[in-house]
Write a protein that binds this ligand. Structure first.
Ligand code: ZN
Ligand code: ZN
Length: 405
C-alpha cells in the first residue's frame, strides 16, 4: 500500500470510530458502503468497530456491523474484553441477546479471568447478567425434538419446542411465575412428564460438558424440573379426588395449578411463607451436584444466622447477585415480576402485574388491605407540608447554629 493510500485508510478508520462514538448510524452506513470498507480492523487498544459499538450499547449499529460481516468472537483487545463483555458493561440486555444469538461465547474470560456476566454483575448491570446467565441457544433443543439413536419418538414433541424454549429462558424464576408459565404456555400443562424428563436430561448434560460445564443452567433446569414434577403430582391428586365433580379434565388441571400457587403464597401472620420455604429447601437438597459452587453457596447462605428467604437465595443464584436493592422496582406481590404496573385499587399499596395476579393473591391480601389502607391515609402528606425552600432554610439555619456553637 502506498503511503498516500495508507494515510487515507487511517483517516477512514478514524472516521468510523468517531461515527460510532457519536451514534451516527446513517452516516456510518454510508461511509462503509461508499468506501467498500472491511470492518474487521482495530484501534491502538485492539478494539474493533463492533466492540466500540457494543461499549456504546448501540444495538442498531451493532446489527449493521454484524450484517456487514463483523465477527462476533474476534478479539484482539489488550485486556481480552470480547464484544459481549463490552455489551454487558453498556447495560443493554437486548444487545447482549443479539450478540448471543449470533454465537457470542458466553464463557470467554478477560485478562482478569472474568466472564461478561460477571463483569455485568460487578458494575451493577443486573439485567445484562440475567440475560447472559439465562441464554440458551435455540439449537440446543434440536437434540430433544429429533429421535436419537434407537428412539422411535423424540423426547420432546416438536410442536412444544416454542413453548418449552420460552419456559426455560424466562428470567423471573419465582415459583409462582414458573407455575403460571406452565399453565399459560401452549401445550405444556398437558405434557408435564415430557417437560420434566427433558429438563432432567438437560440438567445432567450441562454438567457433562467438561471445561464448559455450566452449573447455573444445570441448577436452573433442576429447579424447573422439580416445580414441574410438583405441579404434575398436584394435578394427579386433584383429578383423582374430584372425579365426581363437574368440569373437564382441562379445567381441573388449571384448578390444581391455582391451588398449588395458593399453597406457595400462603403465609403466617409475620408474613413468612412457611410451605414455600420448606419446599424450596427440599428442592435445593435434591440437587445431585453437591460439590458445585452454586450448591455450596446456597446452603451456606440458608444455614447462616438470620438467612434470607429461599426464594431470594435461588433467584440470586440463578440471575446473579442483586447488589443494589432499589425500591423503585415495583415487584408483583404474587409472582415477583418487576415493574408490575397495577396497584390494589383499595389500599393503593401492593403492586400486581394484572387482574390474574391480584385474583390469586386476594385470599391473603384481603386480611391486610383495609389495615394498609388506613395506615397509608395516616401517612399521607398534609396539604400544608413545608415546601422545599422552607426545608432548605431550616437546614441552613441549623447548620449555621452548629458552626456558631
Ligand atoms: Zn404478577
Ligand atoms: Zn389492597
Amino acid at each position: 500500500m502506498s503511503e498516500e493510500s495508507d494515510v487515507k485508510m487511517q483517516n477512514l478508520r478514524k472516521e468510523v470510530f468517531d461515527k460510532i462514538t457519536n451514534n451516527q448510524t446513517d452516516d456510518l452506513r454510508a461511509l462503509i458502503n461508499v468506501n467498500d470498507l472491511k470492518i474487521n480492523f482495530v484501534d491502538e487498544f485492539g478494539m474493533s468497530p463492533l466492540q466500540h459499538a457494543c461499549y456504546k450499547g448501540n444495538k442498531e449499529i451493532v446489527q449493521m456491523l454484524l450484517d456487514q460481516g463483523a465477527v462476533v468472537n474476534d478479539c484482539e483487545h489488550k485486556h481480552g474484553y470480547s464484544a459481549l463483555h463490552f455489551a454487558a458493561l453498556s447495560g443493554n440486555s437486548d444487545l447482549c441477546n443479539l450478540l448471543m444469538s449470533h454465537g457470542a461465547k458466553i464463557n470467554a474470560k478477560n485478562s482478569v479471568g472474568r466472564t461478561a456476566a460477571q463483569m455485568a454483575g460487578f458494575v451493577g448491570n443486573h439485567s445484562c447478567a440475567s440475560a447472559i446467565n439465562n441464554f440458551v441457544p435455540k439449537a440446543n433443543l434440536d437434540y430433544y425434538i429429533k429421535p436419537q439413536n434407537l428412539q422411535k419418538e423424540p423426547m420432546l414433541h416438536p410442536h412444544l419446542a416454542d413453548s418449552f424454549y420460552l419456559f426455560i429462558t424466562q428470567v423471573n424464576v419465582h415459583p409462582v411465575k414458573v407455575i403460571m408459565n406452565l399453565k399459560k404456555l401452549p401445550g405444556l400443562i398437558d405434557n408435564l412428564p415430557m417437560v420434566q424428563k427433558v429438563l432432567e436430561c438437560m440438567s445432567k448434560k450441562e454438567m457433562n460438558k467438561g471445561a464448559d460445564a455450566n452449573e447455573i443452567m444445570s441448577f436452573k433446569y433442576h429447579y424447573l424440573c422439580y416445580l414441574t414434577d410438583e405441579l404434575s403430582k398436584s394435578i394427579q391428586r386433584h383429578v383423582s379426588s374430584n372425579t365426581e365433580k363437574d368440569g373437564t379434565n382441562e379445567d381441573k388441571k388449571h384448578e390444581a395449578a391455582d391451588l398449588l400457587i395458593k399453597k406457595f403464597l400462603k403465609c403466617k401472620n409475620d408474613g413468612t411463607q412457611e410451605y414455600l420455604e420448606l419446599f424450596l429447601r427440599d428442592l435445593i437438597r435434591e440437587y445431585s451436584y453437591r460439590d458445585t459452587a452454586i450448591f455450596r453457596q446456597m446452603v451456606a447462605t440458608l444455614t447462616s444466622s438470620d438467612p434470607p428467604s429461599a426464594v431470594s437465595v435461588i433467584s440470586a443464584a440463578i440471575n446473579g447477585q442483586q447488589v443494589f436493592k432499589d425500591v423503585e422496582r415495583l415487584i408483583c406481590e404474587t409472582c415477583g415480576e418487576e415493574k408490575a404496573p397495577k396497584k390494589c385499587s383499595k389500599c393503593k399499596i401492593v403492586q400486581y402485574c394484572d387482574r390474574e395476579c391480584q385474583r390469586l393473591h386476594w385470599f391473603i391480601h384481603k386480611k391486610n388491605c383495609s389495615r394498609l389502607n388506613q395506615s397509608s391515609q395516616q401517612n399521607h402528606v398534609p396539604e400544608s407540608a413545608p415546601n422545599s425552600e422552607e426545608i432548605t432554610n431550616a437546614v441552613t439555619s441549623r447548620l449555621q447554629n452548629l458552626i456558631v456553637n
